[in-house]
Design a protein around this ligand. Structure first.
Ligand code: NAP
Length: 497
């Protein structure tokens, strides 16, 4: 029996009207309905923003180390429930269990990391040019933050946004993906159990066009942090720009691995398999393009396609599964359309290319791991984000040509190079125009203690996660304070003694 999810508004879990719900469904088995979910309207969004606004003053005045302690307790609860939550991630969006557990681990790491920020959140103290005067900058919260998240990391990405927002003293209205509302609910329940006061975190379920749109343009919102597709993100950037509202967008990618002729080819194949087909290719950092030096391209293709063919498709909860389903029927159709486009564009299909419906897969959204060779960088399958288990292999003449191909899309999220030549690595690190660069490792696998995000069409605004230029720069604003304790009027730039 599917559970009925509720919104959390001002500390109260509120039932939706029974007629106005959507369903959350297991992508490996469409008859497995996990939950009925409120399809919230503007009225629920209004109530949630109002609750967050009312809770803001008390939360901003709560000492940051105390705010951090809530995150420590949340991290402990997440760790205790990691196995159950990991299984839920797999059941609700399809990734294989070890990746579902990794999704939860990222949230645990982020909880403890951001809890520590409660005791840092540092600004600067600098000398004043005048006597008996202090000069310093401090971080202050932004206010009420709207957080809008996708389905592909249904615990990790909400945690990446909610934890830093809270430790910085903001209050939150959270609108998760309508495809993964149960994971979102479990995370919010944990934060409530960890001691978050009512109204500090509000959860509004629903569709992007209704609840999401109402939230982004709501007059009571101070900042919007969004992760999702470029189409949606660009619309949100425009709406926020018109309202002079601070916005951070983390969007799509068309990430590439460069394999040079001196590379350890087996290692590169390993990285391309993991980057291309992990999470069924549904990671923003997925290795959708492999750019291979022409001298080793044929041997690479033989090994790579051989490995791709051998991957086992199945329910992610089955330990023998290598690749799970894609998230929804709509996503499956989009990926299949792209495979057709690739064929028509003249790319050579080496393996995969079809939906798999045999036996226990009949009820799910399974696509065979697909490899295209002889891909021209101008083809759509080499430029547009497919977000499925489809990899385009492109030949390059030399390093300069490979880098030109890497940089030749509108995206700039992640890139990688496999080479044993330190000079080639250094040139690639310098010239590949992406927010993340990996050397002798795949395009996926970012760690939470450094900023995460991309260049060009992959996002705008401060990055996510930790480190300089990371989430704290979005979830706080700077205030500069001059304190004159001389007891007389002192004029900067004029009183020079
Ligand atoms: P999406 O369709 O853009 O949806 C993302 C979120 O926005 C969902 O909560 C969605 O609600 C909501 N939304 C949709 N339309 C909206 C609107 N008009 N106003 C406000 N909110 C709206 O993306 P997705 O399919 O969930 O996620 C896949 C995309 O995310 C890929 O492009 C991937 O590259 C990107 N991604 C990027 C990163 C990164 O860090 N760069 C990380 C992960 C994923 P509904 O669920 O109801 O549609």
């Amino acid at each position: 029996m599917p559970e009925t999810l509720r919104n959390l508004i001002g500390g109260r879990w509120t039932e939706p009207p029974p007629s106005n719900t959507i369903e959350s469904v297991n992508p490996a088995r469409a008859s497995d309905v996990l939950a009925r979910v409120p399809r919230s309207s503007e009225a629920e969004v209004d109530a949630a923003v109002d609750a967050a606004r009312r809770a803001f003053d008390a939360w901003r005045l709560t000492p940051a180390p105390r705010r951090g302690e809530v995150l420590i307790r949340a991290g402990e609860l997440l760790a205790r429930r990691k196995e159950d939550l990991g299984r839920l991630v797999t059941r609700e969006m399809g990734k294989v269990l070890k990746e579902g557990l990794g999704d939860v681990q990222e949230a645990i790491d982020m909880a403890f990391y951001m809890a520590g920020e409660g005791r840092r959140l540092s600004g600067e103290t600098v000398p004043s040019e005048l006597p008996d005067k202090d000069a310093k900058s401090v971080r202050v919260p932004v206010g009420v933050c709207a957080l809008i998240t996708p389905w592909n990391f249904p615990v990790a990405i909400p945690a990446w946004k909610i934890f830093p927002a809270l430790v910085c003293g903001n209050t939150v209205v959270f609108k998760p993906s309508s495809l993964t509302p149960v994971c979102a609910t479990r995370l919010v329940e944990i934060l409530v159990e960890a001691g978050l006061p009512p109204g500090v975190l509000n959860l509004v379920h629903g569709t992007g066009s209704e609840a999401g749109g109402a939230l982004v343009s709501h007059a009571g919102i101070d900042a919007v942090s969004f992760t999702g597709s470029c189409d949606t993100g660009e619309g949100i950037e425009q709406a926020c720009g018109a309202l002079h509202r601070s916005v951070s967008t983390e969007m799509g990618g068309k990430n590439a691995i460069v394999v040079m002729d001196d590379a350890d080819l087996d290692l590169a194949v390993e990285g391309a398999i993991w980057g291309g087909f992990g999470t069924s290719g549904q990671r923003c950092t997925a290795a959708a393009r492999i750019v291979v030096h022409e001298k080793v391209c044929d041997s690479f293709l033989e090994k790579f396609a051989g490995r791709a063919k051998a991957l086992r498709l199945g329910d992610g909860l089955d330990p023998s599964t290598d690749v799970g389903p894609v998230v929804s029927q709509e996503q499956m159709n989009k990926v299949l359309d792209y495979i057709e486009i690739g064929r028509k564009e003249g790319a050579r299909l080496l393996c995969g290319g079809k939906r798999k419906v045999s036996g226990s897969l009949a009820e799910g959204w399974f696509i065979e791991p697909t490899v295209f060779a002889d891909v021209d960088p101008k083809m759509r399958i080499a430029r547009e984000e497919i977000f499925g288990p489809v990899v385009a292999v492109i030949r390059a003449r030399d390093l300069a040509h490979a880098i030109e191909i890497v940089n030749g899309t509108k995206y700039g999220l992640s890139s990688a190079i496999y080479t044993r030549d330190v000079n080639k690595s250094a040139i690639a690190e310098r010239d590949m125009d992406t927010g993340l660069v990996y050397v002798n490792a795949s395009t996926i696998g970012a760690e939470i203690q450094l900023p995460f995000g991309g260049t060009k069409g992959s996002g705008s605004g401060p990055r996510e996660a930790g480190g300089r230029g990371g989430a704290l720069d979005f979830f706080t604003k700077w205030k500069v304070i001059y304190r004159d304790f001389s007891g007389r009027l002192q004029k900067a730039q004029i009183d020079r003694g």
